[in-house]
Design a protein around this ligand. Sequence first.
Ligand code: BDR
Ligand code: CA
Length: 311
Amino acid sequence: MDETPRVVIDCDPGHDDAMAIILAARHAEVLGLTTVAGNIGLDLTTRNALVTTQIMGLDVPVRRGAARPLVAPPRDAAHVHGQSGLDGPTLPHLERSEVGTDAVDWLATAARDNPGMWLIPIGPLTNVALAIRRHPDLLGHLRGVSIMGGGTADKPGNLTSMAEFNIAVDPEAAAVLFEQEVPIRMCGLNVTHQFGATDAEAGDFRALGTATGVFVADLLEHYIGAYERTFGIRRAAIHDPCAVLAVTHPELFEFERRRVHIELTGTHTRGMTVVDRRQPGPGDGPVEVAMAIDADRAMELLVDACAAPAL
Ligand code: BDR
Ligand code: CA
């Protein structure tokens, strides 16, 4: 890594969102968090972003954005993340407040003030699409956009048979981003499912004894249980940290440069990321699609991020 990347994380915490924030705080300069409705409603994703920063002592501004998708009806993932969006830990009394409700406009301000920053969306892409439409210069200031979302066709979806949650909740928003020529790194389900946590890892985090380690252990115990109830396997995919690692530690990944289309009309495939893997030629494109991750090293980095005392 040449220099510490400056990043803004657009998130919907969410268990794995919280872990992504923790990881980013150790390996990037986090300029701010913006929140979006996704795993649960916007009031709770915003509360959960604030409480995550409070537990780790991270001093970054939190701004709320869109309360619902552009076109699609709202959907959440309470079946995985619980009614609070962050079930598991006993959350402390919230002592922090969001600094504003202007997440969409602030994304452009942050990009203009920090040329070369990365935008890391790890929830539905509603805020990102609204910001691109309202501030067309935004993308020109970015080094790139690193998303958790979608996946290659050989991996089933998790909201529908072919579509991943973040894309499927707001496909029109995703299409706005993927129509741009901005550099995009995409960590989809095909790679995030390679990075899993079991009860053994939850025990490793608890053994750290730090506030952040215990928080992540409590998160994992709920999250692994939810995966077992929902998908029948006692191993949870650590999705969102992959999008952070793709910026801070790209050497952990194998990428393919592809053109990616968002399916908006398919009867059974709406919200699918259609990754054109024909080669050579028509499949080549601007999106760096993550195909493999060094999961052992990724887990070491996540554990290390929780090992230090609160910031
Ligand atoms: C994505 O959906 C959400 O439930 C997770 O936080 C992650 O961003 C995985 O499909
Ligand atoms: Ca998320």
